[in-house]
Structure formats: C-alpha cells, structure tokens
Design a protein around this ligand. Structure first.
Ligand code: NAP
Length: 297
C-alpha cells in the first residue's frame, strides 16, 4: 500500500503535447494520479487542480502501481529511467512500467530486461492518432511485452485509447509503430511533392484536394494535413523532428533484421534536409515547405 492507500494509482511522466490530454483522460476514468515533468511550468495547471506532483521519477514509481512515460525519444526515456532518482531504482514486485513514447525497439528491449531484474513488469505501448485522438481517448495503442502484463494493463490503456492491440514480446509494439510511421512519413512527403507538381502546373492546391479527397489516392493524412498545405502554416502537432527520429529508428530496425529499406532511406533524407532547414519544431507536414524551398532554389 502507498500513501494513498491504493495500489491502483497511476504515475505519468512527460506532460508534452500528447501527455497532457492522456493524463486528463486517465483522471476522467477515476484513477488517482501523480505526474512529473522535466520543465516545471507544465505541471502548474495540474497543481492548481489538486493533482499530485512528484519531485522526481523515482517518487512517481514509489506512489504508483503503473508508471507511464510519454517522452520524446530513447535518450529522454533513459534519462528518467536510470540514476538515483530514476524509475528503475523504485521498481519492484507488483509494479508495472508502461513506456508509451516512440523509442528504439532495441533500447526498449534492454530496459525491459532491467525491469525484469527487479521482478517488475514492462510493456512498450506506443500510440498512433496524434493529439486529436489523444484528446478524445481514441488512440490506437500497440503493445509489446508478456501477454499477461498486457492483460493487466488493458483497462488503464482503454482510458486513453480505443484500439488496444497486442503485437508480441517486448519491443514489438515499437516495431509495429515504426511500420506505421514509415507509411505516415512517406505518405506526407509524396503528397507534398505531388501537390507541388500540380502547383507548378498552375493547379490550385484546393482544387487538387477536391479531386484527391474523393479518389483512389485519398488518405487520412491528407484529410488531417491539407489545411496546413493550403494555408502554408504548420503549427506543431507531431513535430517534424519526431518523424525524422522515427524514420531513423525504422532504419535501425531494418539494419538489425538485415532488411533493406530502399524507399524509406530516401524519404528519411528529405526529413533530414527539412530539419537542417530549421523546420524540425514545426508539424511534420512542413515537409511540404521544405520541398517547396528545394524546388524554388
Ligand atoms: P512533446 O510535446 O515534444 O513532449 C515531449 C516530452 O518529453 C515533454 O514532456 C519533455 O519535457 C519530455 N522530454 C524530452 N526530453 C527529455 C529529457 N531528456 N528528459 C526528460 N524529459 C524529456 O512530444 P509529444 O508530441 O507529446 O510526443 C511524445 C512521444 O509520443 C514522442 O515519442 C512522439 O514521437 C510520440 N507520438 C507523438 C504523436 C503526436 O502527434 N504528437 C503521435 C504519436 C506518437 P519538457 O517539457 O521538459 O521539454
């Protein structure tokens, strides 16, 4: 029992664009929650609403049965996992660590081994659906880990998502996520290039989308991102640098499976160029802006 007299408490680390709506949905499902974020300004809105704020990641684990991380990348997760005040130090029997960040599958497998050495459990549970789906608790969640751990976490994951799908052992949720983000990144890049070709031939983007939205080239990403292209504005929802990171993890995954990713390696270079042009903190649909500037040169 912890200080709340309840072992079903949830700890959440990472109050970014995704983390904030996910925390709200966990709370709406009746869980008692404790949160931690590296930058303290993001905890203020929760503090005002009486949410427990932890001083460090270790304190989150001490007070919770389930500890969730929703952080940028492998380095970010490792930085809250290891160390005196890190997650690992407080893990033990009965505790479950759920990493929902998109990180390297290989790194996740290494973390899972460390968690097991503490007789605790871990799943990787990355998500797809972006901020609007996070707000509506409609995320798709892909799970890697022991099936019995998946079973234990399903109720909690259902407070954030609509489709909770078991993929395989540790790392497999992330492997599935890489497949998703290869398609997402390629889709956005080829859509941008084709629209630019249309524009170069004097066809207005709005007119192009009127045709494309009803035809066989339609995609969900087109629906979500067409306004950004039409307005040439890219407010960050899923950062371009995050898509680039995911393509790099996908390449790493391909390397370890000795599978050649021919098209993905080309596409990852386009995201690399966009990032070098200073567009990394914009939404990943800014790949359109990057390509436009390349063609204008
Ligand atoms: P975000 O808004 O940039 O938030 C990132 C979070 O990670 C922040 O809380 C940040 O803390 C923390 N962080 C970064 N580096 C850290 C470090 N070294 N130590 C401790 N904390 C650190 O990102 P997001 O959009 O919420 O994405 C989170 C994860 O979900 C990423 O892996 C992303 O690929 C994945 N994802 C995102 C979307 C989307 O549409 N946004 C969709 C699916 C999956 P500070 O506040 O201190 O910076």
């Amino acid at each position: 029992m912890n200080k709340y007299g309840d072992m079903e408490n949830v700890g959440f680390i990472g109050l970014g664009k995704m983390g904030i709506p996910m925390v709200k949905n966990i709370m709406n499902s009746g869980y008692d929650i404790i949160v931690y974020n590296r930058s303290k300004d993001k905890t203020e809105q929760f503090k005002k609403n009486g949410v427990n704020i932890a001083k460090n990641p270790r304190e989150v684990v001490e007070f919770s049965k389930y500890t969730i991380t929703m952080l940028t990348d492998s380095e970010a997760v490792k930085s809250v996992f290891y160390g005196q005040d890190g997650i690992l130090n407080a893990l033990g029997p009965g505790k479950i660590f759920i990493d929902m960040s998109t990180i390297s599958p290989q790194v996740s497998i290494e973390l899972a081994k460390m968690v097991e050495s503490k007789n605790a459990e871990m799943i990787d549970a990355p998500v797809t659906g972006s901020v609007p789906a996070a707000e509506k608790a409609e995320l798709t969640i892909m799970v890697g880990g022991k099936f019995e751990t998946f079973e234990k976490t399903k109720k909690l994951l259902s407070s954030m998502g609509k489709n909770i799908i078991y993929i395989g052992s540790n790392g497999y949720g992330l492997k599935m996520k890489m497949i998703n983000n290869i398609i997402l990144g390629a889709n956005m890049a080829i859509l941008s290039e084709a629209i630019l070709l249309g524009e170069a031939n004097g066809i207005d983007p709005e007119l192009q989308f009127r045709v494309l939205s009803t035809g066989s080239a339609y995609s969900k990403v087109m629906d979500i991102k067409k306004e950004n292209i039409i307005k040439n504005e890219f407010p960050p929802m899923f950062n371009l640098e995050h898509e680039m990171k995911d393509l790099n993890y996908a390449m790493e995954m391909a390397k370890s499976s000795t599978f050649p990713l021919i098209i993905t390696s080309e596409i990852s270079q386009i995201y690399e160029i966009a990032s070098k042009k200073g567009l990394g903190k914009l939404d990943f649909s800014a790949i359109y802006k990057a390509l436009r500037s390349v063609y204008d040169e």
